[in-house]
Design a protein around this ligand. Structure first.
Ligand code: 5CA
Ligand code: ZN
Length: 409
């Protein structure tokens, strides 16, 4: 699949700081030490509805990770998937009486437009589940041949007991895992499984559902976790720097993915850090396609909201916090954008070096975007109250805000 066009990232004077970030697997901050090419995999959308503010907030967090790395003069190898065949997508297509592939294509196209408008850096590989199937089948066969997978009425399950590291990503107890598994696409109650938590690797063809040639597995379609594993291993290999997604992916998705990959390769870990963004809610509930309580990026754009204001609204919240989307959040962001634009529209202003360093420092410390915004706010307030004589300072601030925060002033 093609991704979306990249917005340019201006180079800044000096050099950024190395990133320390919260790793779910350790429960604390970890100092990342990527090579000259930092490697990141971020779980993509299941395209059965438009991009909502929760998705946008999660992608914003991982966009910041990349901007910090780029500022340290590293290159970034970024891979993202599209879950373009899965239960919720097929269910929505049936509900609406439309073709599932057409639905996926339409919503993926809209996602690309939203990501472009929000100046999210595109992945170098943007891979759909369907196009990954030829790579998934041999992995499932290999797991089965190793004894790490078993068949149940034609479906193939992964045996969680085959990974000695199982549980180390989410660090949850068995009861919590079971509850989340039922909530998030698993089937812990299905009789005949070795362990109720075992996830599906390959779903045998079902009446009325799309299916693909699975060689010795028979016709069917891939499970969710193995999709991301196949894509990540194919393009990044083991031990990449960051596996990212919203906090609802820590278990089962990232736990299972790590286990699949660790058993397949005999290496550990799958990712050096598992990074999870908080959940954005509306009216007291997690924003989700299944609940339908959504604020869409595309709807706001159609209503004439500047994407830079949407981006500032996201940046006003720490990525790990759970927070609520309200009209006030957007109004505050629109006001801030106006103030910032007025401040950088003048040829001179207060010295800019300190504010650039403050943004760098805030972001390198577990992506503290609210702290970075506060630093810019202070410079903007000084510019408004007393101005300054540094020629070109507004340009420096503007480039730093663009390069590090993805906001075009
Ligand atoms: N296709 C899978 C990942 S392989 C998937 O979870 N798709 S999704 O469309 O449901 O979600 C895409 C990303 O947005 C995931 O990282 C998910 O954790 C995140 N996300 C979903 N809802 C919210 C929310 N309300 N707040 C923050 N992030 C969210
Ligand atoms: Zn994923």
């Amino acid at each position: 699949m093609h991704a979306w066009p990249a917005s340019e990232v201006p180079a800044l004077p000096g050099k950024g700081r190395d990133l320390r970030i919260h790793d779910t697997a350790t429960g604390g901050l970890t100092a990342l030490d990527p090579g000259p090419v930092a490697r990141i995999y971020v779980c993509g959308i299941t395209p059965y509805d438009a991009t909502h503010m929760g998705h946008a907030a999660t992608y914003n967090a991982f966009d910041l990770v990349q901007r910090v790395w780029l500022d340290t003069k590293r290159q970034v190898h970024y891979v993202q998937n599209v879950t373009d065949v899965d239960d919720p997508l097929l269910e929505r297509a049936v509900r609406d009486g439309i073709d599932w592939a057409g639905l996926a294509e339409r919503e993926t196209a809209l996602f690309r437009e939203d990501m472009t408008a929000l100046r999210m850096l595109p992945p170098q590989q943007y891979i759909g589940a369907v196009e990954a199937i030829p790579g998934i089948v041999p992995l499932v066969e290999r797991l089965r041949d190793m004894g790490a997978a078993y068949e149940l009425e034609g479906d193939i399950y992964f045996s969680v007991e085959s990974d000695t590291h199982f549980g180390e990503v989410s660090r949850l107890d068995a009861a919590a895992m079971k509850a989340l598994s039922a909530e998030r696409g698993g089937d812990p109650e299905r009789p005949g499984k070795k362990n109720p938590l075992d996830p599906m690797l390959w779903t045998a063809a079902r009446e009325g559902e799309p299916s693909w040639d699975g060689a010795s597995l028979g016709r069917g379609r891939p499970g969710w976790h193995i999709e991301c594993v196949a894509i990540a291993l194919d393009h990044l290999g083991m031990g990449f720097d960051v596996q990212g997604g919203g906090s609802d992916l820590a278990f089962p998705h990232h736990e299972m993915g790590a286990s699949h990959a660790q058993v397949l390769t005999g290496e550990h870990p799958f990712a050096k850090a598992y990074v999870h963004a908080g959940m954005v809610g509306l009216d007291g509930e997690k924003m989700s396609k299944s609940k339908g309580n959504l604020v869409f990026v595309s709807k706001l754009r159609r209503d004439g909201v500047d994407p830079a204001a949407i981006r500032l609204a996201l940046l006003a919240h720490h990525y790990r916090a759970d927070w609520e989307w309200t009209d006030q959040v957007l109004r505050d962001a629109v006001d801030r954008l106006d103030r910032w634009r007025a401040a950088v529209s003048r040829p001179d202003g207060p010295a800019a070096e300190a504010v650039v360093e403050e943004i760098r420092e805030a972001l390198s410390d577990d992506l503290d975007a609210p702290k970075a915004l506060a630093a810019v706010d202070r410079w903007v307030a000084r510019q408004a109250s007393e101005g300054g004589t540094d020629e070109g300072a507004p340009g420096v601030v503007s480039r730093a805000v663009d390069a590090l925060l993805g906001v075009a002033l």
